[in-house]
Design a protein around this ligand. Structure first.
Ligand SMILES: Nc1nc2c(ncn2[C@@H]2O[C@H](COP(=O)(O)OP(=O)(O)O)[C@@H](O)[C@H]2O)c(=O)[nH]1
Ligand SMILES: [Mg+2]
Length: 246
C-alpha cells in the first residue's frame, strides 16, 4: 500500500476557502501517509488567495506546502500540469480547492489504484454518486453537450464525466501524460483521458459524494464552453499532426 503521496490543488479565487482546505487536507494526509506534499498552484488570482496560502505556510510550518504563484492567469489545466511536473511522490492526486469532493474519498481511490490500474477518476454520473445539492441545470446541460462533442470529435465513449476534479494517477502515468498535454484551461481532463486511452493506460472510475459548493464557480458559461469546444478540435488536430508522439 502507498505510504507517500503528492497532492496538487489548483487555486483561483479561493481566498475564502483555501485555509480550511489546506488544514483539512493536511489532517487527512498526516493520519494516512508517512510522507506527502501539497502543491498549491495559483495564477493571477485577483483576490487574497496567495497571501492566505503564505499565511498558512507561516503559521503552520509543519504542513509541507509548496506554493507556485504566477502573475498571469493560464488556467486550471496549466496549473495542474505545473503541480504534477513539479511533484515528488507516487501516486499523485489532484483535487479542487473547494473540497466539493472530500479528501476522505482518497482511501477508496488508493484501494482501486492497484494491480494493473494506472488512473482512478471520480465520476458524478455513476449510480453510487450522490449530490448533496443538485447541480444547476445549465451545468448539467454543458456537461452533456461536452460529452457528446467528445464522442464526435475525440471518439471518447468511455468516460461520460471526464471533468470531475478528483483524479489519482500512478506517477509514471501522470508524468507521461502531463508532459504531452497542451490544453491550459478547463478541457485539459478531456485531453489527459484521450491520451490515456491512446497510451493504453488502465483507468478505473469511482462514484463520489459531491458536496455543496461553498463559493461561486470559476466556470463562465459562454466563455469557457466555447473555449472547451475549441480545445477538443485542438486535441484532435494535435493528434492528426502527430504532436503527441513521445
Ligand atoms: N490555478 C488555477 N486554478 C483554477 C483556475 N480556474 C479554476 N481553478 C481551480 O479549479 C478548481 C475547479 O474550479 P471551480 O471553480 O470549483 O469549478 P467547478 O467546480 O467546475 O464549478 C478549483 O480548485 C479552482 O480554484 C485557473 O484559472 N487557475
Ligand atoms: Mg468546484
Amino acid at each position: 500500500m502507498y505510504s507517500k503521496i503528492s497532492v496538487v490543488i489548483p487555486c483561483y479565487k479561493e481566498a475564502a476557502v483555501i485555509r480550511d482546505t489546506l488544514l483539512t487536507v493536511h489532517a487527512f494526509l498526516k493520519s494516512r501517509f508517512e510522507r506527502f506534499e501539497i502543491l498549491v498552484v495559483t495564477d493571477g488570482s485577483p483576490d487574497e488567495t496567495v497571501s492566505v496560502v503564505k499565511d498558512v505556510q507561516t503559521n503552520h510550518p509543519d504542513i509541507p506546502i509548496i506554493l507556485f504563484s504566477f502573475k498571469k492567469n493560464h488556467g486550471k489545466g496549466a496549473a495542474v500540469r505545473k503541480g504534477i511536473l513539479k511533484s515528488t511522490y507516487d501516486p499523485i492526486l489532484f483535487l479542487d480547492a473547494d473540497l466539493t469532493i472530500s479528501i476522505e474519498e482518497l482511501e477508496s481511490f488508493l484501494s482501486a489504484l492497484k494491480n494493473n490500474v494506472d488512473i482512478v477518476i471520480a465520476s458524478r454520473l455513476l449510480s453510487g454518486s450522490h449530490f448533496e445539492e443538485p447541480s444547476p441545470w445549465h451545468r448539467i446541460l454543458m456537461a452533456r453537450i461536452f460529452h457528446l462533442l467528445q464522442i464526435f470529435i475525440l471518439g471518447n465513449f468511455e468516460f461520460p464525466d471526464t471533468q470531475c476534479g478528483f483524479k489519482l494517477f500512478r506517477r509514471s502515468a501522470a508524468l507521461n501524460l502531463f508532459r504531452k498535454a497542451t490544453i491550459h484551461r478547463f478541457a485539459f481532463d478531456a485531453e489527459i483521458l484521450f491520451l490515456a486511452r491512446k497510451n493504453n493506460y488502465k483507468i478505473t472510475t469511482l462514484p463520489v459524494v459531491i458536496k455543496r459548493d461553498p463559493r461561486n464557480t470559476n466556470v463562465r458559461i459562454i466563455h469557457d464552453s466555447l473555449n472547451m469546444i475549441f480545445a477538443l478540435f485542438k486535441i484532435r488536430l494535435n493528434q492528426l499532426l502527430g504532436r503527441y508522439r513521445a
